[in-house]
Design a protein around this ligand. Structure first.
Ligand code: FAD
Length: 400
């Protein structure tokens, strides 16, 4: 007996993270018929566990001349915000080689320029998007703070500060006193940079639930399966997803860090990998901070969330299958206590997978194999920030 469920649609979006969901909502608003394939709870991947910042200032790619110069010492130091799983090194090698190239001065500047173009209107785009999905109450517009512990570190940040200035990013340099004026718990820093336009989401998971509801209300159907094959046929695209067979005129690949294989099968061998990221959370009724604060040497943010303090960040290169590294969670716990000694054991821990390109620039374009497939992944550290903008770009590509 044939138990395959067959569905035909105009557009299939593969992946229901913040990127796939934002695209689905936008295409529905354009009057298109849309189905989302997503095997898990929509929005429960990287889109759930991030630092919640709509980071219109975050134009600096991960690969910079300074990271390249210090790469070995960074991965060998036990307290470093960057770690590499040695077992993953052979598979990672091509990505790392490209990352090294993209960290050269001329590439770093060009990559920053491409990111700047994408993030420039992120804050206003998110305000509009949040109101569309009834999530405005979860947005707080109090900016975001980077902190530097030593004069040397503050001085070393000069190149990034200058580059942001050259792209018109709003930023204010703060003295130690001004830092404490904004966030009284952070004393003893040499200084900081304040990004006044940054917005933060007080509960990314709840916002993902509201986004999913908005997408469903708009009439988008969800197929609870994992897409394993996409084939171009004369009559259109055929997508296999366990017991489902979908036919679509257009497919959007938005499966986050899991997009590489699907893209390659359609003629796009992209160098996508993952930067694994972690968070720990402390339930607490009153929060010790007003806005996201990043002590830059440690590579994480303290994030004020509803009823809890989230400590989110770190980068671990190590693929999609290995379990979480307790050493990195412990590093988060240890470093969080340096600033808030009263913290006990975290209430919960989380590992997630940033979809990362070696140059930190997301892939948002038609497939090289044909305009019937759109690629929308690789947003790395700024996928939450760029979801509304990515949806606009995909909508424009399909309108043409
Ligand atoms: C610790 C951390 C902090 C971060 N902080 C920020 C921040 O402050 N601001 C910011 O802008 N960004 C931040 N990010 C990055 C941001 O979270 C990601 O860039 C973004 O969530 C990526 O969204 P996505 O939809 O591409 O991926 P995901 O949210 O991972 O969604 C991909 C979805 O595709 C599904 N999928 C996978 N394979 C298949 C398949 N074969 N078929 C169907 N579905 C499939 C998955 O189940 C998943 O739901 C952070 C990330 C981390 C890890």
């Amino acid at each position: 007996m044939d138990e395959m469920k067959r569905i035909s649609t105009d557009i299939t979006v593969v992946g229901g993270g913040v990127i796939g969901l934002a695209i689905a909502l936008r295409l529905r608003a354009d009057g298109r018929e849309v189905i989302v394939i997503e095997p898990n709870e929509p929005g429960s991947g990287a889109s759930y566990g991030n630092a919640g910042t709509v980071a219109d200032y975050a134009i600096i790619p991960v690969g910079t001349p300074s990271v390249l110069r210090n790469f070995l010492s960074l991965i060998l130091s036990p307290d470093s915000p960057l770690a590499v799983r040695t077992s993953a090194l052979p598979t990672l090698f091509p990505w790392l080689a490209r990352f090294a190239y993209e960290s050269l001065p001329h590439r770093y500047r060009e990559n920053a320029g491409r990111i700047a173009e994408l993030v420039s209107d992120a804050a206003s785009a998110w305000m509009e998007f949040a109101s569309e999905i009834n999530a405005s109450n979860f947005l707080s517009a109090k900016g975001c703070l980077y902190l530097y512990e030593t004069r040397k570190a503050f001085k070393a940040a000069g190149a990034d500060i200058e580059l942001r200035r050259s792209y018109g990013v709003s930023q204010e340099l703060l003295s130690a006193g001004e830092v404490t004026g904004l966030e009284p718990r952070f004393t003893g820093f040499e200084g900081g940079v304040f990004f006044p336009n940054a917005i933060n989401l007080s509960d990314p998971g709840e916002v993902m639930r509201l986004l999913t509801s908005a997408v469903k209300r708009a009439g988008v159907e969800f197929v609870p399966a994992s897409a394993t094959d996409i084939l171009r046929e004369r009559s259109g695209l055929r997508i296999t997803a366990s017991a489902y067979e979908l036919r679509a005129r257009t497919v959007v690949i938005a499966a986050g860090a899991h997009s590489r294989k699907l893209a390659a099968s359609l003629g796009d061998p992209v160098q996508l990998d993952t930067e694994r990221g972690y968070h720990i959370e402390y339930d607490m009724p009153g929060l010790p901070i007003e806005r996201p604060v990043c002590p830059t040497a440690h590579g994480f943010y303290f994030c004020p969330m509803q009823g809890r303090l989230r400590v989110a960040g770190l980068v671990e290169l190590g693929g999609l299958t290995a379990p979480g590294n307790p050493r990195l969670t412990q590093a988060l716990v240890r470093n969080a206590r340096r600033f808030f000694p009263e913290l006990g054991a975290p209430s919960r821990c989380w590992l997630g997978f940033r979809p990362s390109m070696p140059n930190s620039v997301p892939v948002i374009r038609p497939s090289k194999g044909g305009r019937d497939v759109i690629l929308a992944f690789g947003h790395g550290h700024i996928g939450l920030t760029l979801a509304p903008r990515t949806a606009q770009l995909v909508s424009a590509m399909l309108a043409n």
